[in-house]
Design a binder for this molecule. Structure first.
Ligand SMILES: Nc1ncnc2c1ncn2[C@@H]1O[C@H](COP(=O)(O)OP(=O)(O)OP(=O)(O)O)[C@@H](O)[C@H]1O
Length: 323
């Protein structure tokens, strides 16, 4: 196995901060895989990507991309990686095509090659008709695609995408997802950070879940889901005013076939939403669940079936909902 990214005991503490944004993080990304770094806001994902792309200086530990230690040789590292940041940072004084050509020039791409590459990437990103458009006239999705084109212009070995589809409409999001799949087929290593479980599950070969700057778990989405106590779920939405949530959870967890009960509604919400992880066919448990609630005179607004997802892995690890 060739390792494309190696992070070892990485630490970042920002000045005046009381805690570490990245707190002893270790993981490896294999060459050619799409690796999802998943975690809630503030987990340390952007900081980690910042270190790996030489924009943030680490406090401790080691970060290596494509065989280059980023702290020891940032110039060499920058040639091997590219990043698509969360915020649009295109040059607003240039049009789309000029943005790409300028970037190619910066990376030392030969003059004849620059235009050809720019046009090829514009076409690949569905932006040929926007070649002469000013950055300010691009939609959010178009700007995102232009930033991906720009990132690819020096043929990086590792591409970092920071929250690639935040703020995009569903169509633009799907387009970006398809391009990420294309990159995987071409053998480009992709590291994407996201707090979107569906995105991570759909795109990533393997996922590392981080919170508070630490790695909670790392595996393929399937293996993570299989590691859960139950594979099916029943969501119970209850009008719980006057009832003790913990007591209701306790009551439901005693039902045969229910492996675990997690509360997924926030404190103080009008409705209490509980997710029951079940080992057997979830439909067969609807009757016993409804019966148990009815006997305690707890009003039920909804009972619905589901199968476990990556979101459930996160809830299982941290006991709270991500979004
Ligand atoms: N430049 C900075 N100076 C001080 N603190 C920072 C700075 N950048 C990030 N932090 C803090 O470091 C922690 C990790 O932030 P980071 O942006 O890496 O998380 P994230 O997982 O990428 O979250 P998000 O998805 O919201 O960007 C947070 O507590 C954040 O407030």
């Amino acid at each position: 196995m060739t390792v494309a990214v190696e992070v070892h005991e990485l630490v970042k503490r920002y000045p005046k901060s009381r805690s570490n944004a990245v707190d002893g993080l270790s993981f490896q990304v294999r060459a050619g895989e799409v690796f999802g770094l998943l975690g809630p806001n503030g987990a340390g994902k952007t900081t980690t990507v910042g270190i790996l792309t030489t924009r943030v200086e680490p406090t401790g530990g080691k970060a290596v991309v494509a065989g280059v230690d980023v702290a020891a040789d940032p110039v060499a590292a920058r040639r091997k990686v590219a990043v698509v940041p969360q915020r649009v940072n295109l040059d607003r004084s240039l049009n789309s095509r000029q943005n790409l050509i300028w970037h190619a020039t910066y990376h030392g791409v030969a003059r004849a090659e620059r235009r050809r590459l720019a046009d090829e990437l514009l076409e690949r990103m569905g932006l040929t008709d926007k070649a002469k458009a000013r950055v300010d006239d691009l939609s959010g999705g178009q700007a995102q695609r232009l930033m991906i084109a720009r990132a690819l212009i020096h043929k990086p070995e590792v591409l970092f995408l920071d929250e690639p589809s935040t703020g995009l409409d569903p169509q633009a999001r799907l387009f970006v997802h398809d391009r990420i799949d294309d990159l995987r087929s071409e053998g480009v290593t992709v590291v994407l950070t996201t707090h979107d479980m569906d995105e991570a599950e759909k795109l990533s070969d393997r996922v590392g879940v981080v919170d508070h700057g630490r790695l909670l778990t790392l595996d393929t989405p399937d293996a993570l889901i299989r590691s859960l106590p139950g594979s099916g779920t029943v969501d119970a939405t209850l009008r719980a005013d006057g009832y003790e949530p913990d007591k209701i959870s306790g009551l439901l967890s005693e039902i045969r076939g229910v492996e675990q009960v997690e509360r997924i509604s926030p404190d103080g919400a009008d409705e209490l939403r509980l997710r029951l992880y079940v080992a057997s066919e979830p439909a067969g448990l609807l009757g016993p669940i409804a019966q148990a609630l009815h006997e305690q005179r707890i009003p039920v607004n909804d009972l619905s079936l589901g199968s476990a997802t990556l979101e459930d892995v996160f809830i299982d690890l941290t006991g709270r909902e991500l979004r």
